[in-house]
Design a protein around this ligand. Sequence first.
Ligand code: NAP
Length: 324
Amino acid sequence: MAMTMDKAKATKTNKCKIGFIGLGIMGRPMAENLLKAGYELVVWNRTAAKMAPLLALGAQAGKNPADVAGKVDIVITIVGDSPDVEQVVLGPDGVLAGARPPLTLIDMTTMSPAVARKLAAACAEKGVDMLDAPVSGGEPGAIAGTLSIMVGGRAEVLERCRPVLEVLGKNIVHVGGHGDGQMVKLCNQVICGLNILATAEGLALAAKAGLDRQKVLEVVTKGAAGSWMLSNLGPKMIAGDFAPGFMVRLQLKDLRLALEAAEQMDMPLPGTALAQQLFRTVQAAGGGNEGTQAMIKALEKLGHIAPAPAPAPEPAPEPPAGKE
Ligand code: NAP
């Protein structure tokens, strides 16, 4: 269950109305959790068909981001990259075109810290408060409402919005001013990217050595090498299951953002640059929309290791009895 009954009851009394923009892998379950917690929701997604499951649960459809903003107290956005957030917020039909103060914009996309600061300034000119509040915890965390949320912006705005964020996450930390939430998220992505590389490299070595990788996982997961990546992505790597979770193209985007931000500070990130090149190898071979566990393919290619067999397809359903 995504949340306890106590949490649902506590938030049901809160009458603030929420707009939700971006119903992808992350946004859809996050929006569902807000509905389940009793919030009134106005949703918008560029591909309109993705709104249907939320409308079936009682959400209202907005015509565009401006229309959503005009109907709510808080707008949450979780789209792709910096230009997407700029389009959704600053575009002709964007959030600021329809904003009626007091409105708060909480952007939960992973994007450039510099763009987050620019958007916060544009919001302030219109009397709109903004928080950059990117998340960690992946699709499972979005479904369970247990995301880690790193928040940049004014502390009093966060405190006002905290009951809403508590529906989405368990670990909500104010990390600094505008853009600092995004900077923390980029540090997080550097750590994740290198953890994925470490997991893939260890499991590729195990394959090359002819070891039973199930047994390797069984023992190594509980020792000093244990990690979220090993426990969650290791089994998928050895099963050849590359369905996303978190897509290679999005991880590449985040590592690019980290490398760009580091360049501004004259900060070398050698491990990140290596992980980026290996993720790019996977993308160049057509794996951009696969999950980040597809990193194993780059290592298998380098080591001339036969790839893991793809998971067996689901058996076809039995024809209904008596209908032959
Ligand atoms: P996704 O499944 O690709 O969803 C992206 C959503 O953004 C879709 O609803 C898409 O609309 C919308 N969108 C993209 N560009 C847009 C634009 N220019 N205008 C309007 N809508 C636009 O991605 P996701 O996995 O949910 O990730 C969303 C964000 O969360 C990304 O910044 C990602 O880095 C971050 N994140 C993801 C994870 C994860 O594990 N997946 C974890 C932490 C953070 P359409 O449906 O029309 O394409």
